[in-house]
Design a protein around this ligand. Sequence first.
Ligand SMILES: Cc1ncc(COP(=O)(O)O)c(C=O)c1O
Length: 401
Amino acid sequence: MRSREISTIRNLLKKEDVRQRETICLIASENYISQNVKEALSSNIINKYAEGIPYKRHYPGCMIADKLEEYGEKLAKKLFKTDEANLQPYSGSIANLIAFKAILKKGDIVLAMHPYDGGHSTHATKYNISGQIYKTFFYRVNRDGLIDYDIIRRSAKKTRPTLIIAGSSFYPQEINYKSFYEIAKEVGAYFLADIAHPAGLIAANLHNSPAEYADIITSTTHKTLRGPRGGLIMFKSKFKRAVSEALYPGVQGGPLLNVIAAKAIAFAEALDESFIKYQRMVVHNTMFLCQLLKELGFKLYTGGSTNHLIIIDLKPVGINASQIEKELESINITSNALPVPGRDGKTADGLRIGTAAITTLGYQECDLQGIAEILYYIIIKREIDRASKIQKSIIRRVKNY
Ligand SMILES: Cc1ncc(COP(=O)(O)O)c(C=O)c1O
């Protein structure tokens, strides 16, 4: 046994535990999984190979895997009210690639949200392999920073895409999936909704769902949905064969059955009344934080938020968001610097903060007040020591809850 090496790794994992305990996580795409999800992740089913779909595997010994995956699919379909679900995608990025492969041919045209405005890099941008396979046009937000369905309609009529994508990594408002569907229908395009960020809000019926409208829905399972890190695809029944073939052998190999079990547990948890309460609290905390930030003089992109994330516009303050991100990290607060949508995408002039993770830990209004003050002391007053003291008092208070 290489015990020295193993203890090095164990020590690093312990240090990460401490880091997480001592850090205020404002990263909008992170969350904390439950004990039940954690238990499933460390189960022995990880030892099993199960290429293929339930009851049609390329390996023997899959009788339990078949039942487990089928049950997980059933829970996903119940939660999101979709015809079909596949829990095998390793991640949200891979889920997108699988979805594209299932419905597009090489060279097909895709219309997606511009990456400067929040479109994900895997939405056929030039930074991703998908952008090299398909030809992409992008729609931008309007002058108010909002998704404008007339702009998208005009763009769709001009570019005649085979696929239109809705979905963003930093849009703080609800997306109208019906409007996307109508536009796609008008131009004869498929419609894909990537709900990686608002999945939890949609599952809790707090935001409208694309289930009725989208040909394919992709998602991650670890952001607002609060499951293990991973991807998910849901689709109309007519795409069942195309999706399973695009998945294996098209893009992936053997599924991670422990992660599938953990996803199934997260879906079961999301079907519980307590999850709806949690999502309501996420939105409440976001709106409360928006109000506090506005009172402190901050400008917020789109004027606020109706989901789990806020973008503070730092342009009026004249400080680069990457600097603020680093300063916050130095006092154990994590957040993301990014360009404010609607601009040239060259400057990190926005700070993205989210409430999904802190709401899981039970942060209350007094803690949000503290977070708003920290941002004020760091960004406006430039008093890092004072901000650090507030950070420590929040961490102490949250431990005592
Ligand atoms: C909208 C959107 N789609 C896809 C992804 C990719 O997910 P993953 O990191 O699991 O590959 C993300 C991740 O942030 C995302 O925000």
